[in-house]
Ligand binder design. Structure first.
Ligand SMILES: [Fe+2]
Ligand SMILES: [Fe+2]
Length: 131
């Protein structure tokens, strides 16, 4: 079963690019989670992990650029949230490729919890400014 399913009610921001990117992000996370929890080859898990993290970095940069372009007041707090997740992801990515960590059920749940908190609380807040 998919770890995350996008619905407008739960995750809709009223900003088209963000809603589209969040759905791609959920798909990448679901693929990673499926591979990691179904005993896929480590190389395939790594490929999914790298793809998810690269997309997260691009998505955050896109949101930050749009928030700055519109002078969104919540920019600094929002960017700090992004930076914290990127730092956690970079650490995991380094450890995974060094053979010192694996992508576990807990990793999937951690990212899901982060998104479940961040999108409604932070991303929805830029809706009125960016839409
Ligand atoms: Fe977002
Ligand atoms: Fe965000």
């Amino acid at each position: 079963m998919a770890l995350m399913t996008w619905t407008a009610e739960q995750y809709g921001t009223n900003v088209a690019f963000a809603d589209e990117e969040h759905q791609v992000l959920f798909d990448l996370l679901n693929t990673l989670y499926d591979r990691a929890t179904n005993g896929a080859a480590r190389a395939d898990v790594g490929e999914s992990l790298d793809a998810l993290i690269a997309y997260v970095v691009d998505h955050f940069a896109h949101e930050e650029k749009e928030m700055q372009a519109k002078g969104f007041a919540g920019y600094d707090a929002h960017k700090a949230e992004h930076d914290a997740l990127v730092s956690t992801c970079a650490d995991l990515q380094t450890k995974f490729h060094a053979g010192e960590a694996d992508v576990t059920e807990d990793v999937g749940q951690m990212v899901k919890s982060w998104l479940d908190d961040h999108i409604p609380k932070f991303d929805k807040a830029y809706g009125p400014t960016l839409s």
